[in-house]
Ligand binder design. Sequence first.
Ligand SMILES: C[S@@+](CC[C@H](N)C(=O)[O-])C[C@H]1O[C@@H](n2cnc3c(N)ncnc32)[C@H](O)[C@@H]1O
Ligand code: SF4
Length: 430
Amino acid sequence: MLTSSLLRLFLTRSLSPFTFEASSPGWRPDMTGLDPIGLYVHIPFCRTLCSFCPYCREQYTAEKAAAYLPALLQEIDQTGRAVSRHLDDSDGAVTFEERPVTSLYFGGGTPALMLDDLPVIIGRLQRYFRITDGIGIELHPQDITPENLQQLKRSGVTMVSLGLQSFDQEALARIGRCEDRFTERLGWVREAGFAVIDIDLIFAIPGQTPESLRRDITLAFKLGATQVSTYPFIDFTFADNRYKPLGKKAKRQLLDELANFCRELGLMRTSVWTFAKPGTAKYSSVTRDAFLGFGLSATTLLQRSFSINTFSLDGYIGRLEKDQSPTALKLTFSLRQRAAYFLFWGAYGLCIDSQRFAAMIGQPLDRLYRWEMALAVWLGFLNRSGDDYILTSRAIRVYHDLEQLYTTAYIDKTWSVARQEAFPRRFTLS
Ligand SMILES: C[S@@+](CC[C@H](N)C(=O)[O-])C[C@H]1O[C@@H](n2cnc3c(N)ncnc32)[C@H](O)[C@@H]1O
Ligand code: SF4
């Protein structure tokens, strides 16, 4: 708590905490000056609910999914009409000038449980947006079948993220998963030919060793990954983990081992927790400067605000049936808060890009953070590269600790509040 408050004070030069207010049902996002941004769609349904998983998810039933689809389409229309310019056709029909967006990511939950609906959802988004850099989707291992992969290709999906978590049967058993023909399934993924294949691995599960993690990384790339995301196992307060993650020191050591091993393999470190084959594109759903989110629990990050949709399925559908916004909570940033938020996520991607900072914040980085940047360079946390700043390995180690702190101090608390009440009134993150 003290560390997160000190960091906030250092970057925002203010003691005021981040305060979320209840969002009004009439709220619509304002995308002025924000082209191009990313799109994210949340599909919350899962076949079974994993004990370790903190995400907003719902036990799948065909009835719930059928009720969710029209609400999701309604939200797309609501936002699309607010952010894209109307064009009147000669026959009186209203069409929209498609706004360029970089990418569209489907996350969950298990988005493949609504595979047949993807073309409708994508088509609806394309009424308002032109997607320039591809479509990504998260897949649970069970979703990886030749038929599903072909269907995804036909729907225009170009990037997949596979939640394998590990190739090691014992590690998987400790988080309630099992090895289910991973080698064969990855063969089908390779054959299908996606531009980006991300494999999610979790490290610091009890029993995992540097050797077992090296095996995981080797297999992931040998079997076709273009990127591997290695997430430290986090024990969320509302999770139900039978086995608790390894301690802070062990986590740090394992990440160091992983990073050294990936360097030996000639891989690029593309963020604190991702490694990729050189020359391949990144799978990066919401770690971007700005994005619009659709669906249950989806978040939207704009120039001066961060908002969160309700976590309640009934609340979500109910609001959209009345053409009201399903956004539950909204944080309006001060200039320095937004700048701090930019720096935090920029640092996750290992580079603080001065041009992108100025475009988003409206002020040059070296004017707003002159002495902070100089101090970070002097302390050996950043290296200057032209106008940008690159994180050193020392800074990456510190960031790894900070990100976990942020997850428990901010994400865990926010999601706990959002899980308890469909439309909470107000709360602060100190
Ligand atoms: C939305 S989740 C899972 C997507 C898909 N439904 C699946 O199960 O494969 C995305 C990723 O978050 C990571 N993750 C989930 N819970 C985690 C936890 N408690 N600690 C660390 N990583 C976690 C996992 O690697 C997971 O693949
Ligand atoms: S890890 Fe994936 S399948 Fe398991 S509950 Fe979370 S989103 Fe659902």
